[in-house]
Design a protein. Structure first.
Length: 159
């Protein structure tokens, strides 16, 4: 009898907008008047993906793996953090079944960048089963007031 080990992980991240930063989502630099502030490139989408993968594999969260007190991670591309995350889960023999992501932001509209985001993520996690969606907050809360952006991700791993 063949058995599979399936794991589900959930990731969430949020960052505040800042005028002096670039907006990077899914490893794609998106033209906009503000970016997201953080120790790394503040890519909320990739941070939520990392946390979902780490959680599914039984690791501590992204803050433990890549602490914001470590100068090695200052302004680092979150694609590098995703690569390191993928190495960790691969050492435990996990493969990515799929990831499903949601970005919440009022602006800019990101639909035309989603395919490039998927390609970036797929090239790292060796899976094409990636969903990225975007929504607004209808003017409610910090997202609706255009103060920041948040992202969630669910990941399924198997071995």
């Amino acid at each position: 009898m063949v058995t599979c080990d399936f794991r589900v992980g959930y990731g969430y991240d949020v960052h505040r907008f800042a005028k002096s930063r670039k907006l990077v989502l899914g490893g794609v630099e998106i033209p906009h008047k503000v970016g997201l502030t953080g120790h790394s490139d503040a890519d909320v989408l990739l941070h939520s993906v990392c946390d979902a993968l780490l959680g599914a594999a039984g690791f501590e969260d992204i803050g433990h793996q890549f602490p914001n007190t470590d100068s090695r991670f200052k302004d680092i591309s979150s694609l590098i953090l995703l690569k390191e995350t993928y190495k960790l889960i691969s050492k435990k023999k996990f493969k990515v079944g799929n990831i499903d992501c949601m970005l919440s932001l009022e602006e800019p509209k990101i639909f035309k960048f989603i395919d490039e985001m998927k390609k970036n993520i797929s090239s790292v996690i060796k899976s094409k089963n990636i969903s990225i969606k975007a929504t607004t907050a209808e003017g409610l809360g910090f997202v609706g007031k255009k103060e920041g952006c948040e992202a969630t991700c669910v990941a399924i791993l198997y071995k």
